[in-house]
Design a protein around this ligand. Sequence first.
Ligand SMILES: *Cc1c(COP(=O)(O)O)cnc(C)c1O
Length: 438
Amino acid sequence: MANSTQHPILTLDPKSFVADLPFIHYQDGTLFIDNVSTKTLSEVYGTPLYVYSKNALLANYQAYVDSFAPLSDVQICYAVKSNSNLAVLATLATAGAGFDIVSVGELFRVLKAGGQASKIVYSGVGKTADDITTALDAGIGCFNVEAISEIELISQVASKLNKVAPIALRINPDVDAKTHPYISTGLKDNKFGISHDQAIQAYQLAKSLPNLDLIGIDCHIGSQLTDIQPFVDALDKMIEIIDQLYRLGINLRHLDLGGGLGVRYVDENPASVQTFANALLPKLLDLQKKYGLGLHLEPGRNISANAGVLLTKVDVLKPTEHKNFAIVDASMSELIRPALYDSVMAIIPAQPHQDTPFTTWNVVGAVCESSDFLGKDRQLALKVGDTLAITGTGAYGFVMASNYNSRPRPAEIMCDDGTHRVVRERESLDDLWRGECI
Ligand SMILES: *Cc1c(COP(=O)(O)O)cnc(C)c1O
């Protein structure tokens, strides 16, 4: 097989593994999500199936609110791209969250879900005049501006509409987030943000242009960071700039430190939100005192990842001389993280067997690609027809799903303390060719 890297064999004890995942537990030999049996879910809705826990989402959001409570002005802007289902957004909007968006599509999702426009921050490197017009008309809270040319474009569009655009400049602090290169965004050779060296010049330009309200400074250094130090380094770089700006008479209202705090997928040990907050709070309190600066954060994965699982059924067991393949009804079309980032995600049985021997399996989909794997070298006791749960799939799961190989996308279910409801229907065959003609 091409590209086959050697993975260590992964053995997880399902019960102790889920002990770390709030609102996921085993009861009488069956996995439960937010007090709903995964056996019931797979029987009622079929597989593959994305399942979310409302209470896990709320708890993960609340951890940010509580941990940063010592600051008087904090806005937690959930990163919509990690999971943009309307029910997820509505859950967080009701809890008071703001939102970090990267497209007009996400803007309308947030509004549709009942989110407040004034609590939206709009990031992204390729905003067009149309995008900016739409966002200004909606009355979003802040544009996170990623290029000098974008400062000019927003000023032009706002002038034409006779509006004032609230902006923050996204500065690339040039710190190494020590994460996967595809999800690292804070190094100077990344496409994101305005370079650290050009920051002051960019602020001076913004200050000189009409119809701009220069309210903030922003950075986002990457995703799935398990270590706190890169955040502290980025904050220090931001503080240097904020101090310089203040001396130049440019006084900002908020600092946005982006998202990126990681989660445990298998055996990572990411810092908790409380540890993250404790490391940053002394400096943030100082900024609040000196400049009246508020804080924005843009967590995505850290709120949604472990609030979701993907349920999938074992269709075929195919032992071969070299590898044993368990072919399941999910694939890279439904969950691309393993294929795209080489992510290792936990795969646990919905109903562990007592009477079946453990074997080392490659858990793969039925898509015609050798990159179509969900987990390699997993110690599992499997039978055809078993349901497996892939945990950590509440973030960058369904949102990255495609119809590759003409596979209808799965349904999404929201569980809430023993109740369950469809929050997105399974796609039908007709959905596959909607909009096409012969
Ligand atoms: C992706 C992204 C986030 C969220 O990242 P997570 O790792 O999911 O927390 C936040 N802000 C910006 C600008 C992003 O691009």
